[in-house]
Design a protein around this ligand. Structure first.
Ligand SMILES: C[SH](C)CC(=O)O
Length: 268
């Protein structure tokens, strides 16, 4: 039976997602089950591909449903809204935590302290994300933000002994949020005497790399809900430094012109 509101036929019963390992995709698969959406299909792809498809749909004012999260520059570029999630499948407001390998405090105490003190607001992250969206190289956008926010950066480096060229390997997933945060903290570590490399990986290898010590740190753990499975798998082998950002949100997102308001309406 067709949706009374027609959204299923208008979107071929497809929800546009990102890479399969992402926590939001696990939550979205659970959402299809919990809301009884057998006719709907979750399309796997990548964060960049999802945004490209969103832009095309909006240009043509066509209905589209994506897996979305905040902070994200797309909310300032497009008129978007989250669908209500009365069953709470996507969890409540979350944090993004910084996680480091065991022994980093011994091997690079200054870097450990900077990573431990790293904390910023969603507006700071969105500032860097929108520079990158406008075409800035992420490392340049990071350098500009650091130069514009010396007071915030001083809070991170306060009391940290300078590095002596020790190598620090940061791992991250190519979500716009983590491209921004990882480039900012990399630049701050570099400016404080460390030789930093950034390695873009998928979610599983990001946690595994910290746990097996092949990577030193990441600032990309969405907790307590989205990355819980990965966190529980590796928690005895990693050091959780707590949030570097508070107040994230995840769920199904549609352009304002799509006249549905809740995930429950996908069933009707
Ligand atoms: C896509 S969110 C930034 C994180 C996740 O879903 O794993």
């Amino acid at each position: 039976n067709e949706n009374a509101n027609g959204i299923g036929a208008q979107t071929d019963y497809q929800i546009i997602g990102i890479e399969p390992g992402a926590g939001i995709m696990k939550s979205a698969h659970q959402m299809l089950k919990d809301y009884g959406l057998e006719k709907w299909q979750l399309v796997e792809g990548s964060s960049a591909a999802m945004v490209a498809v969103l832009k095309k749909a909006i240009d043509k004012q066509e209905p589209i449903i994506i897996t979305g999260w905040s902070p994200h520059w797309m909310f300032s570029s497009f008129d978007l809204k989250y669908l209500e999630d009365p069953k709470g499948v996507f969890g409540k407001a979350e944090n993004i935590n910084s996680i480091v390998r065991k022994g980093l405090d011994r091997d690079a105490p200054g870097a450990y302290k900077i990573l431990d003190q790293f904390f910023w607001e969603t507006s700071d992250m969105e500032n860097v994300m929108s520079e990158v969206e406008k075409g800035a190289d992420p490392a340049d956008a990071a350098k500009k933000w650091i130069a514009d926010n010396p007071d915030k950066v001083t809070k991170w480096t306060n009391g940290a002994q300078a590095g002596k060229g020790e190598k620090i390997k940061l791992v991250y997933v190519a979500w716009d949020t983590e491209i921004a945060s990882t480039n900012v903290i990399a630049k701050v570590l570099e400016q404080n005497g460390y030789d930093v490399t950034l390695s873009q990986v998928e979610v599983g290898p990001m946690f595994a790399g910290i746990a097996n010590g092949s990577a030193d740190a990441m600032v990309a753990a969405w907790l307590p809900t989205t990355h819980l499975e990965y966190y529980n798998r590796y928690k005895k082998d990693i050091v959780d430094l707590g949030p570097n950002l508070k107040g994230t949100k995840l769920g199904l997102v549609v352009p304002d012109y799509v006249k549905i308001h809740s995930i429950e309406e996908l069933k009707k």
